[in-house]
Write a protein that binds this ligand. Structure first.
Ligand SMILES: *Cc1c(COP(=O)(O)O)cnc(C)c1O
Length: 495
């Protein structure tokens, strides 16, 4: 199988090239030339497998330059009881008669980014070997919270890689900042940047496009790479949990094999829900993909009107990992729904870059509405949903998951459609203790990490061990620089 770019049909890449390079040179994203389909008898096999075995099975359909043995080794390392706090890895819980919850936050950083970022480093370092790359990959990441820690934890002490993460000085939660500043590993670096997330992000983009810096690093035996969600090596491991969840639901007797389900996903950069779309194309019986946004609902508007327009105010919400106005992975969906029309996709992306807006043609609009439903939750609805689920179901939701649960209920009420729906849960509520405590009407909140204890006291739910351990960990990183100084930080880091 080969990969091509969403903006140029003539470039062909092997899976290992696509993963090592991350982004195609003309700015397009790598996509598989065709999507594999699950064999008829695959479900029986999948149901008898562990999560790691399912991961090796599904990824093997997309990565034909990796052997089954290689993928099995990576999956066993990535999804083990050393790194995840439940043997099921991605458990499925029933919430009510037509709602099941897929929990993706049992990994080392307590957010769903772990599902991909525990796997990507294995895929990347194997890809370097397959491409006979002798230089060391320096992963640069600008983060607004969950990605940075997920990438640090995934890449720590991985041979032939170094990872440097930049976060906005006042733009991440206290838990998120501590998670990064206490990061262990010999090949890691963490640095705060004065300003907001855009300052950190634009500073990092600058580094990628600085030819002098690239030359210097090349001489020192390094090249830049990205752990951003546009890398195919991050999308692919996310397809696995949709296949796995369907197998789980059949096994639990919640549905019969072949029954169609809906999937509802809290969405920011469109990576998670795109993986659900690919799972559907592979033959997982998924009917509607329900896209849930917060107050920054550029995607809801696109999916309901066909107009993508980022010219709007940006809001900092209590679901910060979804605070995004340019959803990069949407480009892959456009490519798929237009039948691989690279000219059309390029024109939409050019319009987006030039004017911040584009409008889908009629055919594309039809396809979007056949496949997707969408809605959003504002701050009040998000908090009310957390409060209600705790009161009525004794189930504690984080703010991102609450957005999805709310949108799912909206959809059920508006359509009367009671089809079993898999709601994707993307973070542990302990990562956002402040909002969660307020939503379940606890006042007089303590500061910082003491909130973890309070949330545990009130709910009697155990604090996830990786967050509990933050209390004892020494702070290793305290550097904070202006965004003009990032290249000095890089040169120092790669000395
Ligand atoms: C990253 C993130 C999301 C958004 O996922 P996308 O793949 O960017 O759509 C949702 N919830 C949490 C907790 C996240 O960390």
């Amino acid at each position: 199988m080969y990969y091509l770019s969403t903006r140029d049909p003539h470039l062909h890449y092997t899976p290992a090239q696509a993963i090592a390079q991350g982004l195609s040179r003309e700015g397009g994203l790598f996509v598989p030339a065709e999507l594999p389909v699950l064999a008829h008898d695959a479900w029986k096999t999948l149901m008898s497998m562990s999560y790691a075995q399912r991961a090796a099975y599904v990824m093997g359909l997309y990565l034909d330059d990796f052997t089954a043995e290689e993928l099995a080794v990576y999956a066993t390392k990535a999804y083990s009881s050393m790194t995840f706090d439940t043997p099921e890895i991605a458990p499925v819980h029933t919430l009510d008669h037509s709602t099941a919850c897929l929990e993706l936050w049992h990994g080392p950083t307590c957010a769903f980014k772990d599902m991909a970022l525990q796997m990507l480093p294995h895929l990347l370092s194997a890809s370097l070997q397959k491409n006979q790359e002798s230089r060391t990959a320096c992963i640069l990441a600008a983060t607004s919270g969950d990605t940075g820690k997920g990438a640090l934890e995934g890449f720590k002490d991985v041979p032939q890689t170094k990872i440097l993460t930049f976060y906005p000085q006042n733009g991440v939660s206290e838990v998120q900042e501590l998670q990064m500043r206490t990061q262990e590993g010999e090949n890691v670096g963490v640095c705060a940047v004065v300003g907001n997330f855009d300052d950190a992000q634009s500073g990092v983009k600058h580094l990628f496009s600085d030819p002098a810096l690239r030359n210097t690093l090349n001489e020192r035996g390094y090249f830049f790479s990205s752990a951003n969600s546009i890398n195919w090596g991050r999308v692919l491991p996310q397809i696995v949990y949709y296949v796995s969840a369907y197998a789980e639901l059949v096994q639990q007797g919640t549905i019969s094999l072949g029954d169609r389900i809906h999937v509802c996903v809290p969405t920011g950069n469109f990576g998670n829900i795109l993986a659900a779309y690919y799972a559907k194309q592979m033959g997982v019986p998924i009917d509607k993909l329900i896209c849930a946004s917060n107050r920054n609902h550029v995607l809801t508007d696109f999916l309901t009107t066909g107009i993508y327009d980022r010219n709007r105010p940006f809001y900092h919400t209590e679901s910060p990992s979804m605070d995004i106005l340019i959803s990069s992975n949407l480009e892959r969906l456009l490519f798929a729904l237009t039948g691989g029309d690279t000219v059309l996709v390029s024109s939409y992306m050019d319009q987006l870059a030039d004017t911040g807006r584009y409008e889908a043609n009629e055919l594309l609009k039809k396809k979007l509405s056949a496949c997707f439903a969408a809605g959003y939750a504002d701050e009040d609805a998000t908090r009310a949903t957390i409060g209600r689920y705790w009161k009525d179901h004794h189930h504690l939701l984080d703010p991102h998951t609450a957005v999805a649960v709310h949108v799912r209920e909206q959809y059920r009420e508006a359509t009367g459609d009671d089809t079993l729906t898999l709601v994707v849960s993307t973070a542990s509520p302990f990562k956002f203790s402040d909002t969660v405590l307020r939503s379940i009407e606890v006042s007089d909140l303590p500061d910082g990490l003491a909130q973890l204890d309070r949330l545990h006291e009130v709910t009697q739910i155990p604090t996830p061990a990786p967050l509990e351990r933050l209390k004892e960990k020494p702070c290793r990183f305290s550097l904070c620089v202006e965004k003009e100084q990032l290249s000095d930080v890089v040169l120092d880091f790669l000395n």
